[in-house]
Write a protein that binds this ligand. Structure first.
Ligand SMILES: Nc1ncnc2c1ncn2[C@@H]1O[C@H](COP(=O)(O)OP(=O)(O)O)[C@@H](O)[C@H]1O
Ligand SMILES: [Mg+2]
Length: 295
């Protein structure tokens, strides 16, 4: 197989993936998006012979545009630009989950300081304010008081760029000091872990402690449906337990489209890169079959 990797920086995650692909004898073309141009019919990147391209761009805008252009040339891309579009934006993400009737935290979007304040007062304190685009817990605010709310809204309105003109406000979920990350491929879980922290942001990236987690039937069902709700692909599904540790009740707060796997690989018994490459091989084979049929 010839696999392209779209990237701008090779992290441990990409190294794991590249190592596994090469070990199996696949040819890997590394495509540094900073060095390429993408035209309406073709790109400077050499993509003609690739069976599949995997998007590993860190930057959301690069990821969304590069996948869109490759897709338009007929190059099979993981994840699809459609999935990326929904996952890259927390508001679209929430809507997709709600439309699929997947339990997700109550959320409101407002466009002015005044209406945002109304939403916050209605949710009550604490509640959560998130940027619609972003990850690793950046610029996320847990709002405990009216004074804090007023200050944050004013700062956002005055100092924030375009994306911060959308106020994304969410109920605070009283989770048991941890959340759950599941790596899934087209809804099939590869591995799952909990991320525990004293901080309300329990993400691994914020220093949360990780441990392997066994998914029960309810979680399996939610992961499958959440994946489908955003259009499928290689995804990181984030869940919180409602009503305490091991309650078996979950809420899905987001689905991520450029998912990291080094922490999961370390926390779980599963050989994560091997499982991911199994799936990529199947996707590449399916894409090749599709091409033959339409050729
Ligand atoms: N509504 C919420 N209530 C309580 N904790 C939350 C809520 N939303 C997010 N968190 C915590 O914050 C972390 C980051 O939130 P998330 O929405 O996943 O954003 P990011 O894109 O930064 O990963 C989660 O892993 C979870 O620990
Ligand atoms: Mg998250």
């Amino acid at each position: 197989m010839q696999i392209g990797i779209l990237y701008s920086r090779i992290r441990k995650d990409e190294k794991l993936l590249l190592g596994e692909l090469r070990e199996r004898g696949h040819e890997v073309a590394k495509i540094d998006v900073r060095k390429e141009r993408f035209g309406l019919e073709s790109t400077t990147a050499d993509v003609a012979d690739l069976d599949l391209v995997v998007d590993r761009c860190l930057s959301t805008s690069r990821s969304l545009y590069a996948t869109k252009f490759l897709d338009s040339y007929g190059v099979p891309v993981i994840n699809s630009p459609e999935t990326g579009d929904v996952c890259a934006d927390k508001a679209k993400n929430s809507l997709a989950l709600a439309e699929a009737e997947i339990p997700t935290p109550a959320t409101e979007v407002a466009f002015t300081k005044e209406t945002a304040m109304e939403a916050i007062e209605e949710f009550g304190y604490p509640c959560v304010l998130k940027p619609v685009v972003g990850s690793w817990g950046r610029l996320m605010a847990k709002i405990d008081t009216q004074n804090a709310a007023e200050a944050i809204l004013e700062h956002k309105e005055t100092l924030g760029h375009y994306e911060h003109k959308v106020f994304y406000i969410q109920e605070f979920v009283d989770k048991p000091g941890r959340d759950i990350r599941v790596l899934a491929v087209d809804g099939d879980p590869v591995a799952a872990m909990t991320r525990t922290s004293d901080h309300w942001l329990t993400n691994a990236a914020k220093g949360g402690e990780t441990a392997s987690f066994d998914l029960d039937d309810r979680a399996l069902d939610l992961v499958e449906r959440a994946s489908e709700a955003v259009g499928g692909g290689m995804l990181g599904v984030d869940l919180m337990e409602v009503g305490g540790t091991g309650s078996g009740e979950y809420t899905v707060h987001e689905v991520n489209h450029t998912v990291e796997f080094k922490a999961l690989d370390a926390a779980s018994e599963v050989d994560v890169p091997a499982r991911v490459v199994d799936w990529l091989e199947a996707k590449a084979a399916a894409a090749a079959d599709g091409k033959e049929v339409t050729a």
